[in-house]
Design a binder for this molecule. Structure first.
Ligand code: TPP
Ligand code: MG
Length: 545
């Protein structure tokens, strides 16, 4: 069979049924093989950046491998920003990039689309990337790429595919990827960690993205209940424990009430987290001096805060081993109550700051079923309430810009909708970030994706405007943007479009959009609604010497 067919049959054997990409003379044999075999549905998009981000949204919301196909050089490079996002999100994304004929590649001869070091570029943003040396070698490289993407700590990977190898025919068997095993904990590590936790009087849990990836909701919730420990989460850790659980303090690690609680705690049980700068105000949030750190990626244990004890394991297996060891331990009622009080106080304080936009948030949450997928681009409505207060009840129903890059919203929302045709996806985007991938409105309509797109239009890069006001004496520059009439624009793409200018108008418009069988767009006129009670200027500060 041809290299293209080998690729398609290998992917299909690994359970892949959908891929996102743009066809090119440097990947056309793969498309032709999809056509001939009917094994995989290709979703055509409007930029490679969107292809990779759709694969990412698909992967994050389903837990399955997300696959994107691009061309050589500029096409492959267009996907790189997206791969940085997938790296941050620990999303299992496979980038199949076409490349020049391997008899001419990397020689700067002028082969169509070529670039200086495409494999080097792909390696720079991935856990693993390789170029097969001949067509038969695809049967070794591709399954390994899939194992790398999904195994241990999931991360983006890439396979660089010279175009001649996609055409050449070889007598090869379709390789199998095999089962992806979870990393099991070491007994001695578990016993040591359990010993520390057993003696704790005021334990807290810090749950990160690893808890979502491992799908360890019952174990995480079980440990919190057993210990009477509050659970704070990182941004990627939202949803493993339901945010309406009384012990789920939530994603508020920078709030003063939670910082106070962290100082009172005597043991922090960190699970599937690496304490990134954004969750710790660049590692200045004070954590208990005793930290038990469980992570599938041994390199993260103790990297940012010293770990008293480490357990290298999948979060689900690690937590169930700890639960076994800790059976019979009782909880301190006063501490349990203290955690539940902080949960309430924090939420109320944040709610007061975002008024009147809490009305919009409440309408979103009360209209949508618990399994709706909430996607947020990097925008003020996300930083202030979408990433914090808007409750998430299930793993894999929260997608945000992990890297902080703007523009990821629409394509990741589309990818989530493509992977979850039975669920509603809600996108919260700002006018600036939304403009990055306008072409994907056409993809949403074409594929009938059930996404409600909320564009919060403040006529520019609002957060930077606030930062200039707060930290640069109001000297505003390069923050005001001309925006189209978004609702009218949506209609020309073939989806319903509405504009709302008050909080009261929002709920009925939103309810209608959620009832649509495909995408719908609502422009929220933030200037008409007015400023938030407290203007948000981000967490970045001028560095001091
Ligand atoms: C790829 C990328 N480029 C630049 C930035 C810097 N940046 C952060 S937020 C922001 C403004 C986003 O504007 P908008 O989407 O309208 O949201 P708003 O801040 O107005 O709520 C910019 C430019 C970024 N985070 N990512
Ligand atoms: Mg804006």
């Amino acid at each position: 069979m041809s290299g293209g067919e080998l690729i398609v049959r290998t992917l299909a054997g690994a359970g892949v049924d959908t891929v996102f990409g743009i066809v090119s003379v440097h990947n056309i044999p793969i498309y032709d093989a999809m056509n001939r075999t009917g094994l995989i549905r290709p979703v055509p998009v409007r930029s490679e950046s969107a292809a990779l981000l759709m694969a990412d949204g698909y992967a994050r919301s389903t837990g399955k491998l997300g696959v994107a196909i691009t061309s050589t050089g500029g096409g492959a490079a267009n996907g790189m920003g997206a791969m940085i996002e997938s790296w941050w999100a620990s999303a299992p994304v496979l980038h199949l990039a076409g490349d020049a004929d391997n008899r001419f590649v990397d020689q700067n001869k002028g082969f169509l689309h070529e670039m200086k070091d495409q494999l080097g570029m792909l390696k720079s943003a991935t856990k693993w990337a390789e170029r097969p040396k001949d067509t038969a070698d695809i049967a070794r490289v591709l399954p390994e790429a899939i194992r790398q993407a999904l195994g241990g700590r999931p991360r983006p990977v890439a396979v660089d595919l010279p175009i001649n190898l996609q055409y050449f025919e070889e007598d090869v068997e379709v390789p199998s990827v095999g089962a992806i095993e979870r990393v099991k904990p070491d007994d001695a590590e578990v016993r040591r960690a359990a010993e520390i936790i057993r003696n704790a009087k005021r334990p807290l849990i810090w749950a990160g993205g690893g808890t979502v990836i491992a799908d360890c909701g019952p174990e995480l919730t079980g440990l919190a209940e057993l210990l009477g420990a509050g659970v704070v989460t990182s941004l990627t850790g939202r949803g493993a424990i339901s945010e309406d659980h009384p012990l789920c303090i939530g994603c508020f690690t920078l709030e003063p009430q939670v910082n106070e609680l962290l100082k009172e705690a005597d043991v922090l049980i960190a699970v599937g987290t690496r304490f990134i700068g954004g969750d710790t105000r660049n590692w200045t949030v004070e954590l208990p001096s005793t930290i038990v750190h469980l992570d599938v990626d041994g390199e993260e244990i103790g990297r940012n805060y010293p770990a008293t004890a480490g357990v290298v394991a999948d979060a689900k297996l690690g937590l169930s081993a700890l639960l076994q060891e800790l059976r019979g331990r009782s909880a301190d009622h006063a501490w349990r109550q203290r955690c539940m009080d902080v949960r309430q106080e924090t939420r109320q304080a944040v709610r007061d700051r975002v008024k009147p936009y809490d009305g919009i948030m409440d309408a979103i949450r009360s209209t949508c079923p618990r399994d709706a997928i909430m996607v947020r681009d990097a925008t003020v409505p996300a930083y202030t309430w979408g990433n914090r207060l808007l409750e998430i009840y299930q793993a894999r129903t929260s997608i945000h810009s992990s890297s902080g890059a703007i523009g990821i919203g629409l394509p990741t929302a589309n990818g989530a909708a493509a992977g979850n045709p039975d669920k509603r996806v809600v996108l919260i985007a700002g006018d600036g970030g939304f403009m990055y991938h306008l072409g994907e409105l056409a993809t949403a309509v074409q594929e009938g994706l059930k996404v409600t797109i909320l564009v919060f239009n403040d006529g520019g890069y609002g957060i930077l405007r606030n930062i200039q006001d707060q930290q640069f004496d109001g000297r505003r520059i390069a923050v005001d943007l001309k925006t189209p009439e978004f609702a009218e624009m949506a209609k020309t793409f073939g989806m319903p479009g509405t504009k709302v200018s008050s909080v009261a108008e929002f709920a009925p418009a939103f309810r209608e959009s959620v009832g649509e069988d495909g995408p719908a767009l609502i422009e929220v006129d933030s200037r008409a609604i007015g400023p938030m009670a407290t203007a948000y200027g981000g967490t970045s500060r001028r560095p001091t010497r």
